[in-house]
Ligand binder design. Sequence first.
Ligand SMILES: [Cu+2]
Length: 104
Amino acid sequence: MKRLMTLAAAAVFAVTLQAADHVVVQKDKAFHPNHIKAKVGDRIIFKNDDGFAHNAFSDSEIAEFDIGMQKPGQDVVVEMKKPGKVEVECAIHPNMHLTIEVEK
Ligand SMILES: [Cu+2]
């Protein structure tokens, strides 16, 4: 029984060390917030809160991605795998900009 308790404590500890999630809402043709700080391993969750499609892509060397056509109400998760600055835009609305600073 004592051994089980130790295992349970270890599991809780592992959870607290897990990467963080950062929610970015796409609303009124803008990313909210439009500047975030994250750490390597963190996840960015894009939530489309508008009534039309959005997109998010980055040509940044450290995190190249393109989530494609993101429907209203859809969530898309992107993991930050390397440290550096990531500039994100929406391919449908060129005025939408997001900067993610990823630290080690
Ligand atoms: Cu958009």
